[in-house]
Design a protein around this ligand. Structure first.
Ligand code: ACM
Length: 536
């Protein structure tokens, strides 16, 4: 009996000693996106309530970040740090420490505590996201959470790590917009591309043009089922909504606390039927027009021959620039049919007077004038790849969506580029080939694995021009996405794959490893009650 008990104790001791010496594999740490360098050693440290949180005062954001860390430790990990022991989580910003760039960070977990170093608060924020993930995969003990000793040195591959949301086809309230920004932040994404205006609804309050919110923000009814269904069915319900300036500023301020830049998109010259319903004098025909209720591309577009169009847009963009501190404003530029311009004498006169070859050059004239307006406002213009047609505006940034050829051409011509091709970045596409068992979507098929295979720097870009690729972005168009739950279903977990594409080193990418690490990510999504699509 006694011998047996001794044996049991020895075995238990051996197991616990082995435990002390085991190093978890990198995939067991559950980090998404994968950091650039992880050096795991054998020691362990237990984060307990007796630890403190300190910072070096290297940036004024550190007070807020410390408070956020303390609150997350309490609410998510049940750790109420009192600072009674010598150990602490130390947040250290040193602007002279440029080894890991503006957004990089280092985490060192050792017997001395947890040290987080960066050159700017962004890095500390990303380090905190990594720390949360380490706490998820750490060993949960009665006394606290046991973490393995390690050093992580991390920085993103790309500086543009974006997610888009179309709020024109369907409107999402500020509460959900903030949640969406939270999802970006936990993925270390830093750009929220807010697609604010569409044929089917204008969502931005503009003081000078009140009819934009009285008329353009509402359509008479919405389609039930798919565009291709015949006969088409309608729900008979007026639909719409808009954001007040105070709400948009609230979103911007919220995003700033998550180190996310909000880039507004105001579409022109096409996708503008909602505007023309309120201000028909800005169209070629003079109207009357209605806010579109059918999805797709519409022929009514801004008249490029009338000066009043440019006066209207200058006012709108000036008010938009006051709301959004982002140095970028997206002006759309995609899918502008030229039918009306071909028929209209003022547009034809403009072509003549400006010595333009055709309506494509008229579109280019339009975008270049708008670039001049944005220049005056101190902003850079971004447009979808159609802005290449007829000649690119001098400093325009191109967002490539019809494949990557537009982006390749723009980068080779010395323009900055954001890659978001339909092939890898359209999260409104089906997530399975078994479409019958998926909620209705616009079409296409884009699996998680395919998103993961995305390379924003495709062959065909001159090596010395690769730096023009700012990064990439996932796009969520919402014709068939009318609720926050469905946005979550379509965007997540494809957002996780995109985040790893944009943050992690290409040489480290491995779908199998990613899938293992995603098991932790799914647990996080469960905890946050995200309606993500569960993997098959
Ligand atoms: C787009 O998908 N029309 C940019």
């Amino acid at each position: 009996m006694f011998i047996k008990r001794i044996n049991t104790i020895i075995v238990l001791l051996l197991i616990s000693m082995m435990g002390c010496n085991t190093k978890p594999s990198i995939n067991q740490l559950g980090l998404v996106p994968l950091p650039k360098s992880i050096d795991v050693s054998t020691g362990k440290t237990i984060l307990t309530n007796l630890w403190g949180i300190q910072h070096n005062g290297g940036h004024h954001d550190l007070e807020t970040l410390t408070a956020e860390l303390s609150s997350a430790l309490k609410t998510t990990y049940n750790l109420n740090l009192t600072g009674e022991s010598d150990q602490s989580i130390f947040l250290n910003v040193d602007s002279k420490n440029q080894a890991l760039g503006d957004e990089g960070y280092e985490i060192i977990i050792s017997d001395a505590g947890i040290n987080m170093n960066s050159s700017a608060p962004n890095g500390i924020f990303y380090g905190m996201q990594t720390l949360y993930q380490l706490l998820d995969s750490g060993v949960q003990l009665e006394s606290g959470i046991e973490l393995t000793h390690l050093t992580i040195s991390d920085e993103p591959r790309f500086k543009w790590r974006g997610m888009h949301l179309d709020v024109g086809r369907h409107y999402f309230d500020v509460e959900f917009i903030k949640k969406y920004i939270d999802y970006l932040a936990l993925h270390k994404m830093n750009i929220f591309h807010w697609h604010l205006t569409e044929d089917q609804g204008w969502r931005v309050a503009i003081n000078k043009y009140p009819k934009l919110t009285e008329i353009s923000a509402y359509r008479d009814e919405s389609l039930i089922g798919h565009y291709r269904d015949k006969p088409r069915r309608w729900d008979g319900k007026k639909y719409g909504g808009y954001y007040t300036k105070a709400e948009m500023k609230e979103v911007v301020a919220y995003a700033q606390t998550k180190y996310v830049t909000v880039v507004p998109e105001i579409e022109m010259p096409g996708h503008t039927r909602a505007v023309l319903a309120a201000y028909p004098e800005l169209s070629c025909t003079g109207g009357p027009h209605t806010v579109a209720k059918l999805w797709g591309v519409h022929k009514e577009v801004f008249c490029a021959g009338k000066e009043s169009t440019f006066e209207f847009l200058e006012t709108v963009l000036t008010e938009v620039a006051e709301i959004f501190p982002s140095k970028y404003i997206h002006i759309g530029g995609d899918e502008c049919p030229k039918d009306r311009w071909k028929e209209h004498d003022l547009d034809q006169q403009r072509i003549q007077a400006e010595g333009l070859k055709d309506e494509h050059e008229l579109q280019s004239y339009f975008i270049k004038r708008i670039e001049g307006v944005l220049d005056g406002l101190g902003k850079n213009l971004i447009g979808w790849d159609e802005i290449l047609e007829g000649g690119l505006a001098p400093d325009a940034i191109v967002q490539s969506w019809r494949g990557m050829d537009g982006g390749i051409a723009a980068a080779n011509a010395g323009h900055e580029v954001i890659m978001s091709p339909t092939s890898h970045a359209y999260f409104d596409y089906y997530q399975s080939e078994d479409k019958e068992n998926e909620p209705l979507a616009i079409g296409g098929f884009l699996s998680l694995e395919k998103v993961y295979e995305f390379d924003p720097v495709p062959p065909g870009i001159d090596p010395e021009k690769e730096h023009f690729i700012l990064g990439g972005q996932g796009n969520v168009w919402t014709e068939y996405i009318s609720t926050p739950e469905k946005v979550e279903y379509m965007a997540i977990p494809r957002m996780s794959a995109m985040a790893e594409v944009l943050w992690s080193q290409e040489s480290d990418r491995n779908y199998e490893n990613f899938s293992t690490r995603m098991d932790w990510q799914y647990k996080r999504f469960d905890r946050l009650k995200v309606n993500y699509r569960k993997p098959n």
